[in-house]
Design a protein around this ligand. Structure first.
Ligand code: COA
Length: 328
């Protein structure tokens, strides 16, 4: 009999360094008032020089594994969602696997920007349901601030660093765990959020570095509309697939990109604002880490109880989007 995939432990970690709106006011032509009103961010974590992505991924994973009460050696799948890996080769997943002592696992990275964690959950769910995995570790981890141009006010106020992790286990209870998943992408919108440098196309020349090709470039206005449309659409799709209604959802965690995006999606879905989680004010947009960090905070704050319907929705560069519905 196919088993369900259930989250049995979560964790989070982020750098100690904090970049406030007041700090940004000293760097670019912006204001705390503009950032607060247009995006909803007050501060974001920022890694110090020398810190790297897998450090935070490992810390978040250790917490998730401890809470799951399993031995790292029992983990058979490690999926790290990231667009800011430690290095080109090997995958950050392999580096994390080694640090954790999860030597039996298949480890790899998923590159789906802010939807990466939901892509990872979707893959882990299928591996567990297919009987190929018993304990899977899914991580979202980013040091986005390394790729942010701190002279570009339209992007530098948005992104922050951090990591979140979840351990999934195969479970016989058909009523609990992941009920439905949906992941999508549309590369025709690739230039809404992209970093062209650092790969084989533009190379690693001094010219490319000087031109700022490594930095994130964004068409925020266009992305905003795609974000609202796609997150609302994918949320409806997973609800429909599981035979559930939006009003049954007890906790809604959208990707934390912009408070106005969150509010618009919640409004479109007609969910009660009190069930919508937001931490963007103090984390900013941490891309693939945003949903697992938020989920871990919700669990810690007692915002999710056994039997609750939990809806996760994301969108990001690619563009990519995804939805996951769980019965806690
Ligand atoms: N401080 C002050 N003014 C700023 C600013 C900043 N940090 N960033 C942009 N502006 C200015 C613009 O230059 C523009 O000025 P102008 O009218 O004189 O040309 C004005 O604000 C409006 O710009 P616009 O881009 O239309 O603002 P917006 O309301 O769309 O907000 C974003 C910009 C980026 C906050 C918003 O579009 C957004 O959040 N989009 C989605 C981005 C996203 O989620 N990215 C991550 C994907 S996972």
């Amino acid at each position: 009999m196919a088993k369900n995939a259930r989250i049995i432990g979560t964790g989070r970690s982020y750098p100690e360094g904090i970049l406030t709106n007041a700090d940004l006011e000293r760097m670019v032509e912006t204001s705390d008032e503009w950032i607060t009103q247009r995006v909803g961010i007050k501060q974001r974590h920022k890694a110090a020089e020398g810190e790297y992505t897998s450090q935070f991924a490992v810390a978040a994973s250790r917490q998730a594994i401890e809470r799951a009460k399993i031995d790292p050696a029992e983990i058979d799948l490690v999926i790290c969602a990231t667009v800011t890996p430690d290095q080109i080769l090997p995958s950050t997943g392999c580096l994390i696997q080694t640090e954790l002592g999860a030597h039996k696992a298949a480890a790899f990275d998923v590159v789906a920007a802010c939807s990466g964690f939901l892509y990872g959950l979707t893959l882990a769910n299928q591996m567990i349901r297919g009987g190929q995995s018993r304990y899977a570790l899914v991580i979202g981890a980013e040091i986005l601030t390394r790729y942010v141009d701190y002279t570009d006010r339209s992007t530098c106020v948005i992104f922050g660093d951090g990591a979140g992790a979840a351990v999934l286990a195969a479970d016989d209870d058909a009523e609990r765990g992941i009920l439905a998943t949906r992941i999508r992408s549309d590369g025709r919108y690739a230039e809404q959020l992209f970093a062209p440098g650092g790969g084989t196309r533009l190379g690693h020349s001094a010219e490319s570095l000087a031109a700022g090709d490594y930095y994130f470039k964004m068409r925020g206005n266009e992305l905003f509309k795609v974000a609202v449309r796609s997150m609302a659409e994918v949320s409806r799709e997973v609800l429909e697939e599981a035979g559930c209604r939006a009003e049954d959802v007890k906790l809604f965690i959208p990707h934390q990109a912009n408070q106005r995006i969150t509010d618009s999606v919640a409004d479109k879905l007609k969910v009660d604002p009190s069930i919508v989680y937001s931490n963007i004010a103090y984390h900013g947009n941490t891309s693939s880490a945003s949903i697992p960090i938020a989920l871990d905070e919700c669990i810690e704050a007692g915002r999710v109880a056994e039997g609750d319907l939990v809806l996760l929705a994301s969108f990001g560069g690619g563009v990519t989007w995804g939805g996951v519905l769980l019965r806690w």
